[in-house]
Design a protein around this ligand. Sequence first.
Ligand SMILES: [Zn+2]
Length: 136
Amino acid sequence: MIFLTRKAEFSSAHFYWNDQWSQEENERVFGKCANRNGHGHNYTLEVTVAGEVDGTSGFVVDLKELKDILEREVVSVYDHRHLNLEVPEFETTVPTTENIAIAVWRRLEGKIPAAKLHRVRVYEMADLFADYYGEL
Ligand SMILES: [Zn+2]
């Protein structure tokens, strides 16, 4: 078994808000991130797949194909978008780094031929990232 990681980047806006809570509660829990006008991040996505090296190609997965899948399933949907307002999975789910990692996993699950999705890592900034390994 070998692990291969491909990176991608996207820039998105978001805010943190829970409709079940009052404005005061949202501001208490989320601080400045509760500003409903939103703010932006340059996210870095790392997708790790696991599999066996193909004896003829030397690949676990076709790198061009993996890049195209990340572009199609994630980057084209999230890049230069307001996550809360334009991406369906964040209409009711707070777009935290943790929830973005889970959402990316759900978008990619079952879409990568030959290899198994192993880990989704999302960096919101250089010193903050979330890892998701699916339901363990
Ligand atoms: Zn933020």
